[in-house]
Design a protein around this ligand. Structure first.
Ligand SMILES: Cc1ncc(COP(=O)(O)O)c(C=O)c1O
Length: 429
């Protein structure tokens, strides 16, 4: 009997601890703010994070300088989720994209994730044409999200992998008359897609004096700056490109970094909107990505590293009250086999290289062929060279740092063209 009594006692529910503070009622906690009825509503309203040392190493007198990073990696796929959803919505509204029609696009990644999301959301099959440079992880991710991934096998003799991909898209479109191609390089809806991001920055920061953006198709720099300047007309826009990219007048070369840079001249680049351009080398972006991850836990890929390097320098060299926003287009996931992989970085000569404290300044993008961090306040549209329509560009080095690192004279047009053909540049946004 005594034995049973002990068991009964053991089975009795334990007494609830008496908590003096009552919990708020479920009704008072109820909010629909983070409730997503559909996958597309997970896009947008990304956080901003304050970034300081060691990205903004400053003299003691300027201690505490920093910039606000807009963390677009918080979207399901990245910043291009916004573009993909908006371009699809606009094309549907115009009747260019009909129900169930195939979406076909050339992409090396982030837009592909966005289009896969848009395809799920709006029930369109999605075919993405890419090249062998696409990380295997990314290929698996795109396939897992339901996209058909098609790989071109040979670069175009003059336009490299980017042109080869675009040519394959043209063939696929010819095979399917109902199919639609967003063409992120030329589609103005790409720029327009960033209006909400700009409005989020206004709401989050109250004021933006300088905006730092990477440039691939040119969509987000153009779209965000256009809206921000309606609020803050004196906003400075700083564009960040990679070395060996043709966007701002450098000759094409082999590019390791994906996302930013191009071997073509995308129509979405709003040249007059930029106050200055920086070119960053892969090793410098790797250092910034890894430093960001280790010190701020928020990092990303090549474009994030390049943008962080430039925004850190800007924060350090600007007056203390200048409010800087920098767009981090994606998170680090996709880059663990490249940027964050020691073996890959050693193999490509990117390991453990610390960038200089500041960039070299040149007078004109045609002055030298760059292979390390450089800035220029003369912004050149290569389709129209110096903006006058005059293709003769000044070769002045007057503003060039006398010890310009690794700078070599720019090739003549003729040499430049054969250089483009030889190196068969590969990657783009
Ligand atoms: C990771 C990443 N960073 C930067 C960019 C450049 O952005 P935009 O095409 O808006 O110039 C892209 C473009 O695809 C990208 O995928």
């Amino acid at each position: 009997m005594q034995h049973l009594a002990v068991r009964a006692q053991a089975l009795r529910a334990p007494a609830l601890p008496t908590d003096p503070t009552p919990l708020p009622s479920p009704a008072s906690l109820l909010t629909t703010a983070n409730r997503c009825q559909r996958p597309a509503t997970m896009v947008g309203n990304t956080p901003v994070l304050w970034i300081t040392e060691p990205l903004t190493p400053a003299p003691a007198s300027a201690h505490g300088r920093g910039f606000w990073a807009k963390l677009e990696g918080a979207n399901p796929g990245g910043m291009k989720d916004r573009t993909a959803l908006h371009m699809v919505a606009r094309a549907t509204a115009r009747g260019e994209l009909t129900p169930g029609a195939q979406i076909i696009e050339s992409t090396s990644g982030t837009l592909g994730l966005g289009l896969a999301l848009a395809g799920i959301e709006h029930r369109h099959p999605v075919t993405l044409v890419t090249d062998p440079g696409l990380e295997p992880l990314m290929r698996h991710m795109l396939a897992a999200y339901g996209a058909r991934v098609e790989m071109v096998s040979e670069p175009h003799p003059a336009g490299g992998w980017q042109q080869a991909r675009r040519d394959r898209v043209t063939e696929l479109l010819a095979d399917d008359p109902r199919a639609w191609c967003p063409d992120q390089y030329r589609n103005p809806d790409n720029q327009e897609a960033y209006e909400p991001l700009a409005m989020e920055l206004v709401a989050q920061l109250g004021r933006v004096d300088a905006l730092v953006c990477s440039v691939g198709t040119g969509g987000h720099s153009a779209g965000i700056a256009k809206v921000l300047r309606r609020y803050f007309p004196r906003l400075r826009l700083i564009g960040v490109d990679t070395v060996a990219s043709t966007i701002f007048g450098q000759p094409a070369g082999h590019r390791l970094m994906r996302g930013l840079g191009s071997s073509i001249h995308p129509d979405n680049v709003d040249y007059p909107a930029f106050d200055e351009i920086h070119w960053v080398a892969p090793a410098e972006a790797v250092w910034a990505c890894r430093t960001l991850a280790a010190t701020h836990h928020a990092s990303g890929g090549w474009s994030v590293g390049a943008v962080a390097l430039v925004a850190g320098w800007l924060a350090r060299t600007s007056d203390a009250d200048v409010r800087i926003a920098a767009v981090f287009p994606d998170g680090p996931l996709r880059y663990f086999d490249t940027v964050y992989n020691d073996e890959y970085c050693r193999e490509h000569g990117l390991f453990g290289i610390e960038p200089p404290n500041e960039p070299v300044t040149i007078a004109h993008p045609s002055a030298v062929v760059l292979d390390s961090w450089t800035r220029c306040t003369t912004v050149v549209d290569p389709k129209n060279r110096d903006g006058t329509g005059d293709p003769t560009v000044p070769q002045s080095h007057s503003d060039t740092d006398p010890d310009a690192r690794h700078a070599r004279p720019a090739p003549t047009d003729q040499a430049q063209r054969s250089h483009i053909a030889e190196t068969a540049p590969e990657v783009g946004p």
